[in-house]
Design a protein around this ligand. Sequence first.
Ligand SMILES: [Zn+2]
Length: 305
Amino acid sequence: MQTFVHAFILCTALASLAAAAEPIRVSSFSTILTEIAEQVGGSRVQVTAHIKPGTDPHEFQPKPSDLKTVSESQIVLLSAKHMEGYVGKLKEATGGKGSVVEVGDKFPSLKMKADDHGHDHGPAEKHDHGDELVEDPHWWHSIANVKRATKVVRDELTRVSPADKSTFAAQADAYLAKLDALQKWVNNKVAELPRNQRKLVTSHDAFQYFARENGFTIYAVEGVSTSDQPSSKKVAELIALIKKQGVKAIFAESFQNPKVLSEITKETGAKLGGELVADGLGSGDTNTFEGMTKHNVSTIVDSLK
Ligand SMILES: [Zn+2]
């Protein structure tokens, strides 16, 4: 009898161990949030990255296989601020079971005039904005926002698995400390560039958060969806402005490279300052948030000096 009881206790203990070891299933639709969830969750999470580094999130649409994974997830992480026009499909896929966390909507937005915001957000949002203000969805170009997102993810993981609270807190603190160090690095790098040279000409308007925090003015080429060339009036204005301001370099991006950039460099004598990673993590050195940020800031500062 005693052996039986011992075996029973052992079995129960093993079963609860197995239950405790089962990782939290997370679906991520942002390369930045994938990194955060993996850093904060560690071995306690199993993160599916629906949007891989080097993929344009503006063009992404979930496939049936994505929706199936979402239906089996406990947490679904979204960039939000209108980045995912397909959010309704994801909410439907969870059947109300998984928690859809619209991370970017948990902190304040930068707003800009719709016609200054040079890319569309997919078929769901193709309507005339007129003078209406739209949110800049590229919140991760502010390290302060990435810190906020880290806390949102930490709290959500803790809500799903309260027993892991201290583990998630410690892992979040370690990641937040890395972000603080990165912020110091950015501050030092940007300080190399005199304030009157902080003028950023990019193909699409993705760096407003970075600009505001670091004292840059943005001049984005309008209508940057590559099929959608800006008006010649707009290009002429931009050329005049670049000459007048003595801007030394303009920047291409991983996904958005309107032909007009080379026309502008020819007309102004400004050089093409290298490729910025605007829409999420890239490949190689830009495969981590730290790597992407250092690449962008170095490219900008070194080209404009
Ligand atoms: Zn973008």
